[in-house]
Design a protein around this ligand. Structure first.
Ligand code: ADP
Ligand code: MG
Length: 685
């Protein structure tokens, strides 16, 4: 049946008891049709099973049966306020029942009557703050009652009645939305049955089963869209076939001073397969700091050049751009590859010459900051675009860079491990390569958590390292939303350490108020080991590489998120010496303590990111501004992640199978995809 003709599309006013006013109230909470009523998801369920005072949970809403022992008495106070009280015998307990502002209940029941009271239970005072009083023995058809978030638009009782009526009258028109094979495979409730059980579950088990079905449905639909989008991006945007020279690539790999890790090899293979295919690559490369992403990126860029194309690598800061440019140059120069660096500081004649060489194809690989996306930066034939730290660039900046070629392959790199659950949701339409293995021989950084009063010992320890010729970073407290205080803190810490180590060690200072040139000068002298200690705000966070630095001290570490702490820690442990990270923190909260402990227990960024997600929840994980997370009505990305992964695999199979695009049994799913716009070209970002 066509959706437009379905009785589920009828307005709620066809139901008894839904007059004009009710119709308007329902509209205010988004309920217009009979179908909307049926799909309105309960916020929770009340357990209406009878409880005895000895097993009723404290502070919960419970239903208790008993006999009234004392005449209900009403006391009035204030203008319209009243309190009705009586004692009730339930089993062997005498409990105190109170009803606020329902004086009329006095007429309903008296001494000796059997009643059931539903209300909030105070276990310690044996007191029940009643909400509903029913006279006579307990009789209730259901053990669980759905409770809806109605924002006072309509009384709960009326809403329930309307839902019941809708299901009784129109329930038979509910269409199944999941393919039969999936229902069978996972023994999911049919939709019709699940809708009833969602609102009027007969048992806890039924409630769970209904929820399980809808969670899967939500995830499956979502993943179906993502996988369809992925297919569209890959196939319909006409990528380029990059026939790279495998023999040359192997030579470059052999020339490296190290053996690639298995994870690196796998990533290189995945990327190369994408480049060679006629599809446009849209891939995310995730790997912890120091896991060797840059090496992988370099190999990919080189492969692209051997195929006759140019490559671009865009990074968020000048320091990083310079570092990358240098390491790419060192690796590729002897292979006859012409690399170049373009940042905001490249100006005038030099810039003009560079742009000319780029447009003529003389430059093979261009590395730079967002200076790369300026209008007059023109490539000869751009084949591969790589952006590092991808979440720091906006969607638009990435699109502009991509548009400088004709559907170039695109690779995003990120050193912020994103929990798998979030990655497949937020980057659902992307392919993901993960480097989950560190190069061999890397010494694990030892991490300690010290209370503030132990600062002296931390500084003594640091002194020993410095005496061996090593260097140290000291990260100052982060004051949220106050750059001024950050700055002040950095000055204070710098002054303290300068006097503490006076005459022994040199202390540098780095913060956001320095100009680009000044920052660079500081970084260079630290890099050259002219400074023993670098006091810094978090500006030092991204990608800086000073292998001789072995100590990282982080003040007020509890103010940082786990991911950020992990990033900062990644500044050390880059050389062959043992490195140390010391977290100075006095966290007051339990989660603060848990964060510090987690840091001392693992060096694995993926483990920490999962922990971070657990402690902060998905909404806060990316920060309030740019979560980009989809909203699910019932499903919870974190708790239901298994279902999410299953749904993703199923969606992949469906989208990849020809019968999905032709089979009658899938027409509803295809209609959903068309309706959501996924199959149109506009969604291509
Ligand atoms: P990332 O970009 O992931 O932070 P890099 O690519 O900068 O990591 O690698 C960090 C350091 O490890 C670099 O000095 C690099 O030369 C080195 N490296 C990369 N891959 C390996 C490997 N497989 N074995 C040993 N060292 C490696
Ligand atoms: Mg391709």
């Amino acid at each position: 049946m066509n959706k437009a003709e379905s009785p589920l599309q009828l307005p709620v006013s066809v139901l008894n008891g839904a007059g004009k006013e009710t119709e308007m109230s329902l509209a205010s909470i988004g309920v217009l049709t009979v179908g909307d009523l049926m799909e309105f998801v309960p916020a929770r369920y009340d357990d209406t099973r009878l409880k005895s005072p000895s097993d009723a949970a404290h502070d919960e809403k419970v239903t208790i049966e008993g006999t009234i022992q004392t005449e209900p008495s009403v006391m009035y106070y204030g203008k319209k306020k009243s309190r009705l009280t009586f004692k009730m015998l339930s089993g062997s307990h005498v409990i105190n029942v109170t009803f606020f502002n329902q004086p009329y209940l006095k007429k309903k029941a008296g001494i000796g009557d059997t009643v059931t009271v539903t209300g909030k239970w105070d276990r310690h005072r044996l007191a029940l703050s009643g909400q509903v009083l029913e006279v006579g023995q307990y009789k209730r058809e259901t053990d669980f009652e759905a409770v809806y978030l109605l924002r006072n638009a309509i009384p709960l009782k009326l809403f329930r009645k309307l839902v019941l009526q809708a299901i009784e009258l129109y329930g038979l028109y509910i269409e199944e939305t999941l393919p039969a094979d999936l229902l069978q495979k996972y023994r999911l409730m049919e939709r019709k049955e699940a809708i009833r059980a969602l609102h009027f579950p007969e048992s806890q088990e039924e409630m769970k089963q209904a929820r399980r079905r809808f969670v899967y449905e939500e995830f499956f639909y979502f993943q179906l869209k993502m996988q369809a989008l992925r297919k569209v991006i890959r196939e319909q945007s006409g990528g380029i076939v990059q026939k790279y020279d495998l023999a040359k690539l192997k030579k470059l790999i052999d020339s490296l001073p190290f053996e690639l890790t298995n994870a690196q090899k796998k990533a290189v293979n995945e990327i190369c397969a994408d480049m060679k295919s006629p599809y446009r690559m849209n891939r995310l490369l995730q790997g912890d700091v120091g896991s060797g992403k840059t090496a992988v990126a370099t190999l990919a860029l080189y492969a692209s050049v051997t195929a006759g194309y140019q490559g671009a690598l865009m990074v968020p800061t000048e320091i990083l751009a310079e570092q990358h440019a240098k390491s790419l140059h060192d690796m590729l120069e002897s292979f006859g590859i012409h690399t170049a660096l373009l940042t905001g500081t490249v100006k005038g004649k030099k810039r003009r010459a560079l742009l000319e060489a780029l447009a003529s194809g003389e430059i093979d690989i261009l590395i730079g900051t967002h200076a790369l996306i300026q209008d007059d930066v023109l490539f000869h034939n751009l084949g591969l675009v790589i952006t590092d730290e991808q979440h720091r660039f906006g969607v638009n900046q990435r699109r502009v860079l991509r548009a400088k070629g004709k559907n170039p392959d695109v690779l995003f790199m990120t050193a912020t491990p994103i929990p798998r659950t979030l990655a497949i949701t937020v980057f659902g339409e992307m392919d993901v390569s993960i480097i989950n293995e560190m190069p061999a021989g890397r010494k694990a950084i030892e991490t300690y958590w010290a209370k503030e009063e132990m600062l002296g010992r931390v500084l003594d320890f640091t002194e020993k390292e410095l005496s061996k010729g090593r260097q140290a970073y000291v990260i100052c407290p982060l004051i949220e939303e106050s750059e001024k205080l950050d700055f002040q803190n950095a000055l204070d810490v710098h002054a303290q350490l300068s006097s503490y180590y006076d005459g022994k060690f040199t202390v540098g200072l780095m913060h956001g108020r320095l100009s680009g040139d000044e920052k660079e000068a500081v970084m260079k002298s630290f890099s050259a080991n002219e400074l023993n200690i670098l006091v810094s705000t978090t500006v030092v966070e991204v990608g800086v590489n000073v292998p001789n630095a072995t100590v990282m001290i982080i003040y007020d570490a509890e103010r940082f998120g786990l991911s950020q702490l992990h990033q900062l820690r990644g500044r050390v442990g880059r050389g062959s010496e043992q490195s140390y990270c010391m977290l100075i923190a006095d966290p007051k909260s339990e989660t603060g303590k848990e964060r510090m402990t987690a840091m001392t227990e693992t060096n694995d960024g993926f483990v920490l990111s999962e922990k971070d997600l657990e402690l902060r929840g998905p909404g806060d994980f990316f920060g309030r501004k740019q979560s980009g997370l989809p909203e699910f009505k019932m499903a919870d990305m974190v708790h239901d992640y298994r279902a999410l992964e299953t749904a993703r695999e199923d969606a992949k199979t469906f989208i990849g199978s020809p019968s999905f695009w032709t089979g009658d049994e899938y027409h509803l799913l295809r209609a959903m995809l068309t309706e959501s716009g996924v199959l149109s070209d506009e969604k291509l970002d």
